[in-house]
Ligand binder design. Structure first.
Ligand code: UD1
Length: 452
């Protein structure tokens, strides 16, 4: 682990056009539920392309306490094997660090018939209930109680049922992950209507099928699962490892970093199909991107224009990209209207961007951003965003401030970088590789080793 505390900052000297080539890492939001799903498997499972992140280290700690041996190496290979099926409790000190720890609930209940998992609690990006997870598990036959901040779930054996996972703000991503995992070992057939269709869930479903699960409808909003008696990796899979898909949010971050600095950057290791909504909004903003197999090349645009977009469940624009686009809109010509239907309260980055000279007004669950018009950084320093000390409040809000710092005149110090450490694999190094001037006060690059 890099051992950083919340008080440390990235110091960014803005105004450099990024240039070069950079590769994206494996997807955090696929790696986490897939690692949690390893609780379902008999024998060893090997994963490849696991990103080097604090969230991965946190989940590793959760799984180790649940009797799973986890061994990782620097190249993103992680071997997981349950060596003790007795523990069933995921405690609050770990779960509160990362909501995705809640993804152990479905696998634990299905495989060990009993699970005690802390409720994840509050979150800075808005209200994040888990009612859909719990209602679905109850429909699968689990007895669920809430006791002293913990979900206590019990089921001699789950049984298939018809579930609907669509909440008031669309389907739940981790809810779908929890119920999909639970259904794989349930008796009979489960139909999950209103399932989330995010590529990370498609990856989870393919992984479960590779272990012997019987899931149909993958990638659609209706998943059909026929329960099986046990899941295990065959010899081939145990040896080769299941490869995690590339991180589409990291890809979007790097593409927007290139665009916000007027740079020319090739982002490699991407799946363009996963980035459809990002592609559309960048096009509307006038950002020139050439999309090729596994690669996107940004560069050559004459200006970034204002745009209108709303964050929606997949295949809509990911809410995790919304703060990054707000940063881009700050330097665009004209006005942008950016909404967030998934997390309507996710605007904590706005006040910090305003401290850098951005002109942003809240309008319900949206913001109106009047850009400086200096997307290519051709404007005089007076017209640009101004470097300032700012503090990130969550993962993507902090990334948005880093992007703004890259475009700003002068020096920006971004506090709260422990948030970045949770979800970006060496972002500072990757930006510096493209010519950015990003200094990490600790001298340690962001990202942590998956502890074994
Ligand atoms: C996941 C992602 C997160 C992303 C989010 C939305 C992981 C580890 N995290 O979070 O990065 O920002 O999807 O794409 O994959 N809801 C309910 N009841 C529930 C659950 C959710 O009403 O039981 C609501 C939430 O308040 C929110 C919406 O549904 O408005 C989507 O939340 P959800 O998809 O569950 O987010 P996460 O899975 O926690």
């Amino acid at each position: 682990m890099s051992g950083k505390s919340g008080g440390e900052s990235l110091i960014i000297d803005g105004g450099v056009r990024l240039e070069g080539e950079v590769a994206v890492s494996g997807a955090k939001n696929a790696a986490l539920p897939i690692m949690a799903a390893c609780l379902l498997a008999e024998g060893p499972v090997c994963l490849a392309g696991v990103p080097w992140l604090r969230d991965v280290a946190t989940l590793t700690a959760v799984l180790q306490r649940l009797g799973v041996s986890v061994q990782g190496d620097r190249r993103g290979r992680v071997r997981l094997e349950t060596v003790d099926h007795a523990p069933t409790q995921a405690s609050y000190p770990l779960v509160r660090r990362m909501r995705a720890s809640f993804c152990v609930l479905g696998p634990l209940l299905a495989r060990r018939r009993h699970a005690v998992v802390a409720l994840p609690g509050g979150c800075t990006i808005g209200h994040r209930p888990v009612d859909l997870h719990l209602a679905g598990l109850a429909q699968l036959g689990a007895e669920i109680k809430l006791q002293r901040g913990y979900v206590v779930a019990r089921a001699p054996r789950l049984r298939g049922a018809e579930l609907n996972l669509c909440g008031p703000r669309g389907p739940s991503v981790t809810g779908t992950a929890n119920l999909l995992c639970a259904a794989t070992l349930a008796r009979g057939r489960t139909v999950i209507q209103g399932a989330a269709r995010e590529p990370e869930l498609v990856d989870l479903a393919k992984f479960l099928n590779a272990l012997g699960a019987r899931i149909a409808g993958i990638g659609t909003s209706t998943l059909e699962v026929v329960g099986v008696k046990q899941l295990a990796a065959d010899r081939q899979l145990a040896a080769d490892g299941y490869r995690i898909i590339p991180d589409r949010i990291e890809a979007a971050t790097l593409l927007i970093a290139a665009a916000i600095t007027g740079g020319r950057v090739g982002v490699t290791g991407i799946v363009a199909d996963h980035l459809g909504a990002v592609r559309q909004v960048l096009h509307e903003a006038g950002v020139e991107v050439r999309w090729q197999e596994g690669r996107a090349q940004v560069g050559g645009q004459s200006a970034v224009r204002g745009f209108a977009v709303d964050a929606l469940p997949y295949p809509g624009l990911p809410t995790d990209v919304q703060p990054l686009l707000v940063a881009l809109a700050c330097v665009a010509q004209g006005r942008s209207l950016i909404g967030d239907t998934v997390f309507p309260q996710r605007w904590r980055h706005v006040a910090e961007l305003v401290r850098m000279g951005a002109c942003i007004q809240r309008a319900g669950s949206a913001v109106v951003v009047t850009g400086t018009g200096t997307g290519m950084m051709a404007g005089s320093p007076q017209n640009r965003l101004q470097g300032a000390p700012v503090v990130g409040s969550d993962l993507r809000a902090t990334a948005a401030l880093v992007l703004a710092g890259l475009a700003a005149a002068g020096r920006t110090s971004v506090g709260g970088i422990h948030h970045l450490d949770r979800g970006y694999d060496h972002l500072d190094q990757k930006l510096n590789q493209l010519g950015a001037r990003v200094a990490n006060q600790t001298g340690v690059s962001l990202g942590v080793r998956c502890s074994s």
